[in-house]
Design a protein around this ligand. Structure first.
Ligand code: ADP
Ligand code: MG
Length: 394
């Protein structure tokens, strides 16, 4: 994977158009709940300003209706937070597609919600050409949107005089390629979460690459079913036991066994008040729900992590949102944090777990892309990255 990056490009006096991912969660009043994505976008913006570029930044926010932007769709709260983080004014420009606004070298403006523009989502060529006409250099720093082919993520990359990856995008590509394309062995993948069906392609794709595959969460339940275990009322997908078996066979053919839980934490309901019991996996009762792995299982997984060269983690091992079922995920998070392996993690709930257990600083790379991270693990070519690759020499 080869793309031109920001540091390869002359920026002085240039008009630079940065497509960032500033799509942060907000509460009902529009207040920003978590500004991680804005903070992650700051280094690229600051670098361009330091280099003396005239900087335009845009992003999508939420799911507005194209051509009918409302007050809630506005990037105004983002402009305010960005201005605080950069320590300088960040004017918000509305109706910017046809130009008619000015930005001087060393200044930055925020262009209103890019998904309000008609044609953005279907990557309309005329719209992409208009974006491209606004700039000398197009910078894609929106890894979180790299799996969608839109006018501001793909189209503009074809028509702008220069197209390159921003610092965050470059770091994501570098971290993910390092973990999956040139990993230090043994390469261990941990895939947890609720359902096999949402992660089947990822499981298969990883089963072709990794030295050891660990499954957790509801996903492990379907694997337990496949080996003939009784799982009571646990979340599982009986229709996918054949697929689960196929994945175990793929690993077995390469001399690696998928380790399944030997003990589990069960309860009869999923709630904050549920009474949790630790039981050997053979003693799960007909009314039990398996909601976490037990300590013996967790320590076996942790041992594998301790001997890994590279660890890729997506998906919690249990219903970590409730403390009674958080033990397995907490132990795993801590094992990954302490291991000498190069560690890469991603996924909305996985990041929530990492934050809950306070290990974000000890994981080598935490991807900012939810869907994009998962598609990368699936082995898919992300359209926005492909568009940058196509412009590598241009
Ligand atoms: P990510 O967002 O990191 O990709 P997922 O969305 O696939 O992760 O899965 C996270 C969800 O899986 C969490 O809400 C968690 O409560 C749930 N989960 C984990 N283990 C189980 C289980 N044994 N039974 C039911 N749900 C589970
Ligand atoms: Mg999720």
């Amino acid at each position: 994977m080869r793309v031109k990056t920001l540091k390869d490009v002359e920026l002085r006096g240039k008009r630079v158009f940065i497509r960032a991912d500033l799509n942060v969660p907000q509460d009902e009043t529009g207040r920003i709940v978590d500004d991680t994505r804005i903070r992650a976008s700051v280094p690229t913006i600051e670098y361009c300003l330091q280099q003396g570029a005239a900087v335009m930044v845009t992003s999508h926010l939420g799911r507005p209706k194209e051509g009918a932007c409302t007050h809630e769709d506005s990037l105004a709260p983002i402009a305010e937070r960005l201005s605080e983080l950069l320590g300088r004014p960040v004017p918000l420009i509305e109706h910017w597609v046809d130009g008619g606004f000015t930005v001087q070298p060393g200044e930055v403006v925020l262009l209103e919600n890019v998904r309000c523009n008609v044609g953005e989502k279907k990557n309309d060529e005329a719209l992409a050409r208009k974006y491209a006409a606004l700039c000398d250099v197009y910078v894609n720093d929106a890894f979180g949107t790299a799996h969608r082919a839109e006018a501001s993520t793909v189209g503009i990359a074809h028509f702008a005089p220069v197209a390159c990856a921003g610092l965050l995008m470059a770091a994501e590509i570098e971290a993910l390629s390092r973990a999956l394309e040139h990993p230090k062995r043994p390469l261990v993948a941990i895939v947890g979460g609720a359902k096999v069906s949402t992660k089947l392609t990822i499981l298969k794709s990883l089963a072709e690459k990794v030295d050891q595959l660990i499954v957790g969460g509801g996903i492990a339940n379907t694997f337990l079913l496949a080996t003939g275990k009784r799982i009571g009322k646990s979340l599982a997908e009986p229709e996918l036991v054949v697929e689960a078996q196929a994945i175990m066979d793929m690993m077995a053919a390469r001399g690696s066994e998928v380790p399944l839980p030997v003990d589990v934490v069960v309860a009869d309901e999923v709630s904050a008040f549920a009474r949790a019991n630790r039981v050997p996996v053979d003693e799960v009762g007909p009314n039990d729900r398996i909601l976490d792995v037990g300590p013996k299982t967790a320590s076996r997984y942790c041992d594998i992590v301790a001997h890994a060269g590279t660890v890729v983690w997506n998906g919690p091992l249990g219903v970590f949102e409730y403390d009674q079922f958080a033990g397995g995920t907490k132990m795993l998070a801590s094992a990954i944090a302490h291991s000498e392996a190069y560690s890469l993690a991603g996924g909305g709930d996985t990041i929530a777990a990492i934050k809950k257990f306070g290990v974000e600083k000890d994981i080598d790379y935490i991807s900012t892309g939810g869907g994009a991270f998962l598609e990368f693990l699936e082995g898919k070519k992300l359209p926005a990255i492909a568009a940058l690759e196509a412009r590598c020499d241009g």
